[in-house]
Design a protein around this ligand. Structure first.
Ligand code: NAD
Ligand code: WQD
Length: 338
């Protein structure tokens, strides 16, 4: 099959392209590289051993999107493209609503015109908001506490409305928990611009010597060690979930919402320990106050992914940290220790 991957040069998109191509599918990427680097395309090609069809375009450019669909018969779309920083979304709500909603509208318009109505969308556990009990299940009410989260809630609603109006649409809304890790080759991984907001990229930069210490946001939560608990999921497991989801939308119509998480919670201090083990030294850290907007505990009920997609996460936190460190060593050119 031929799959259009929007945001295919990004963290999760690049790993998904590798798996799609390795499984023999053709991939067409549309990315404007606003949060990724063109070199990633070369790295995907290096891993897979064949070329990618790339369009360096903004998704909000309808004429460009029409050209993509005119030049390729697309069987299904995986829509990763979007802005994803929570703090930046609070500072620049217009940019976030404009990019995330606008690009989805234009994409769906181009899909409609090309009669391609199968889409897998990158949603997030953030849509469970602050009031649901763990583990989070797909039927729980959704809400948001920041503009980024609202864009996910709104796009979920928009896509659900599309398929309610036209039953030919086939839509899978994947709610990722905390994607981490990297490709085992060390060629693909998460490489944020500026100071990382997320825990694993920050810890990687401390391990690589770029930053002096990890700042642990709160050790007074109602959790066993007082630090926040999340459901970290390896990016290659997530990528495999997308292959299953794309197959699912080819075979079923309607809208399906599916969590992609492990169902296991890991605390910040447990991540610190696992990463220290991976990089071979104890990492310095300092306890700070809680980060506004953070919840104490977040993890998935992964049962629906198992029953509907036959998908289950396989890699543990130790593997996530060692692959993350392997990528960071390459990326930051860390000299091997004697
Ligand atoms: P990423 O920033 O690495 O990748 C997104 C890609 O989309 C980038 O390559 C960027 O250049 C591209 N892009 C953004 N806007 C575009 C536009 N208008 N036109 C063309 N390209 C555009 O992010 P990621 O971590 O790979 O996340 C992928 C998706 O998954 C996002 O929608 C994100 O919100 C969602 N998600 C991510 C996480 C996470 O923690 N990484 C968790 C839940 C959901
Ligand atoms: C994890 C834990 C922090 C950084 C975010 C988005 C969410 C989703 C995934 C896209 C928390 C603690 C963090 C640090 C720390 N993205 N922490 N020091 O907040 O669970 O989720 O990314 O959809 O929408 O909100 O992930 O990695 O930022 O934090 O102590 O320097 O690590 O308090 O307990 P989060 P995270």
């Amino acid at each position: 099959m031929k799959v259009l991957v929007t945001g295919g040069a990004g963290f999760i998109g690049s790993h998904t392209c590798v798996q799609l191509m390795s499984a023999g599918h053709e991939v067409v990427i549309v990315d404007n590289f606003c949060n990724s680097k063109p070199e990633t395309i070369g790295n995907i090609e290096k891993i897979v051993g064949r070329p990618v069809h790339l369009y360096r375009n903004d998704l909000r450019d309808l004429e460009a999107m029409r050209r993509v669909f005119a030049e390729h018969h697309i069987d299904a779309v995986i829509h990763f493209a979007g802005l994803k920083s929570v703090p930046e979304s609070i500072q620049k709500p217009l940019a976030y609503y404009e990019n995330n909603l606008g690009s989805t509208f234009v994409l769906c318009q181009a899909m409609l015109e090309a009669d391609c109505k199968r889409i897998v969308f990158s949603s997030s556990a953030t849509v469970y908001g602050n009031d649901n009990p763990v583990p989070f299940k797909e039927g729980m009410p959704t809400s948001a506490i920041n503009p980024y989260g609202y864009t996910k809630v709104m796009i979920e609603q928009f896509l659900t409305d599309l398929s309610a109006a036209d039953p030919a649409w086939s839509i899978c809304l994947l709610r990722y928990f905390n994607p981490v890790g990297a490709h085992p080759s060390g060629l693909l991984g998460e490489d944020p611009n500026g100071i990382p907001n997320n825990l694993l990229p920050y810890v990687s930069q401390v391990a690589a010597g770029l930053r002096s210490e990890v700042i642990v946001y709160g050790n007074d939560y109602d959790t066993p060690d007082g630090t926040g608990i999340r459901d970290y999921v390896h990016v290659t497991d997530l990528a495999r979930g997308h292959l299953a989801a794309v197959q699912y939308v080819l075979e079923h119509n309607g809208t399906e919402i599916i969590n992609l998480g492990t169902g296991q919670g890991t605390s910040v201090m447990e991540i610190m320990e696992a990463y220290s083990h991976a990089c071979g030294r104890a990492l310095p850290y300092r306890i700070a106050s809680r980060r506004p907007g953070d919840i104490a505990v977040c993890y998935a009920d992964p049962e629906k992914a198992r029953s509907i997609l036959g998908w289950e996460a396989q890699k543990d936190v130790g593997q996530m940290c060692s692959d993350s460190w392997n990528f960071a060593k390459n990326r930051y050119e860390v000299a091997p220790s004697s």
